[in-house]
Design a protein around this ligand. Structure first.
Ligand SMILES: C[S@@+](CC[C@H](N)C(=O)[O-])C[C@H]1O[C@@H](n2cnc3c(N)ncnc32)[C@H](O)[C@@H]1O
Length: 360
């Protein structure tokens, strides 16, 4: 009884703390972008395509979507999809260690962007053996995805891009995933196998570990440097270490019908159209009948035409060679072509989610 009362009293405080934490990250992201844009104009005026100003009513609408995302994030924690502590998970150590490096890297990014050098890698970076579509400085990233320095900066850059809401968007895969896993009940929690495709530095796996503390987690990515980072990030938290493998998502190194659930966050906008289909086909192959495949990626023109100026600006500012094709791609059709049934979609802030089931 007393415990219930103290929980009721603590909840509004925790919610307030969460809202303040998110607001702090959001202001930080905005301040960083404002200062860096002004510096860029001053020191190295861009010769890139100009970005269009975002109308005020659209800015308010985007802020509302951000508030809605945070509310859903809080609600999911409150109803036990994941612990509230996960809402405060933040790579603080990396932030203090690498934030200065982010600024030092910026002149290199501006120079490459102005000179339209999009496949520019340090001599120490090994680029052989990767698919040609991958050998890119995606979002003008120094060394693309292929160096430890890039892996150290990636999460900070994504947090700033999304005003501190990247993990809240990643966590949105957890409710539909856990719902999908009920298909296999009764199953011992440690027998559940979940794969995160293109796991990058492991942030989604970290969120998955929070929501599924006993499951066997797996991650694949093409980048050895990002996998090294993921290994470090994931070994800091309790629970079994996810099994990480370097592999191309077009040829997943797993048996047919192996996983109960698969997630894939922020990959598809960085793939050419035909490769998107190959990856979806592979995910269909390795997920069990009755299993769920969840994609989280950028919003698209079909369901969010009001966000077109933001999507257009993203395509102009960042080197994202497949993004314009992606925002008009019918991903539900691709999922159904692969064999998935009951494909549903959701949107949260700047992300769209596809929840696809393989028939039992
Ligand atoms: C934008 S990052 C997303 C990373 C992570 N999922 C996240 O939430 O931040 C894209 C990731 O996809 C990986 N990637 C790109 N093409 C791939 C492919 N064909 N197979 C496996 N990984 C790939 C990259 O190495 C990179 O780590």
């Amino acid at each position: 009884m007393n415990e219930a009362i103290s929980r009721m009293a603590a909840e509004p405080l925790t919610k307030l703390a969460y809202q303040s934490f998110q607001q702090g990250k959001s202001y930080f992201g905005l301040a960083h972008k404002t200062i860096s844009t002004q510096l860029l104009q001053l020191l190295s005026p861009p010769k890139l395509e100009k970005t269009a100003p975002i109308p005020t009513d659209l800015l308010f609408y985007i802020q509302k979507r951000l508030n809605d995302l945070q509310e859903v994030d809080w609600q999911d924690a409150e109803r036990g999809v994941y612990p509230t502590s996960l809402l405060f998970d933040n790579p603080w150590e990396d932030f203090f260690r690498f934030y200065p490096t982010l600024w030092l890297d910026m002149p290199h990014i501006w120079k490459r962007a102005n000179e339209k050098r999009y496949q520019d890698f340090s001599p120490t970076v090994q680029t052989e053996g990767y698919p040609s579509y991958y050998i890119q400085n995606f979002h003008h990233q120094t060394d693309g995805y292929l160096s430890d320095e890039s892996a150290n900066l990636y999460d900070l850059q994504v947090e700033i891009l999304f005003n501190g809401s990247a993990d809240a968007m990643r966590r949105r895969v957890l409710a539909p995933l856990k719902q999908g896993l009920t298909e296999f009940e009764p199953i011992a929690p440690h027998q559940v196998k979940v794969l995160d495709v293109a796991c990058g530095t492991g942030r989604t796996l970290r969120m998955l570990r929070g929501g599924l503390p006993q499951a066997s987690l797996f991650g694949v990515d093409l980048s050895p440097a990002y996998l090294r980072k993921a290994n470090q990030v994931l070994s800091e938290i309790p629970g079994e270490l996810p099994q990480l493998i370097q592999a191309n998502a077009e040829e997943l190194p797993y048996l047919d019908n192996y996983f109960h659930g698969i997630t894939c966050v922020f990959l598809f906008h960085e793939l050419p159209a035909a490769v998107r289909q190959h990856v979806i086909n592979e995910c269909y192959r390795v997920v069990k009948p009755g299993g769920t495949f969840i994609i989280c990626d950028s919003v698209q023109m079909s369901e969010s035409p009001e966000l077109a100026p933001a999507m257009e600006n993203f395509a102009r500012m960042f080197h994202e060679p497949y993004y314009r094709n992606y925002i008009n791609d019918d991903m539900s059709d691709r999922l159904e072509k692969a064999g998935f049934t009951t494909v549903t979609t959701e949107t949260h802030f700047m992300s769209k989610y596809w929840i696809a089931r393989k028939a039992a």
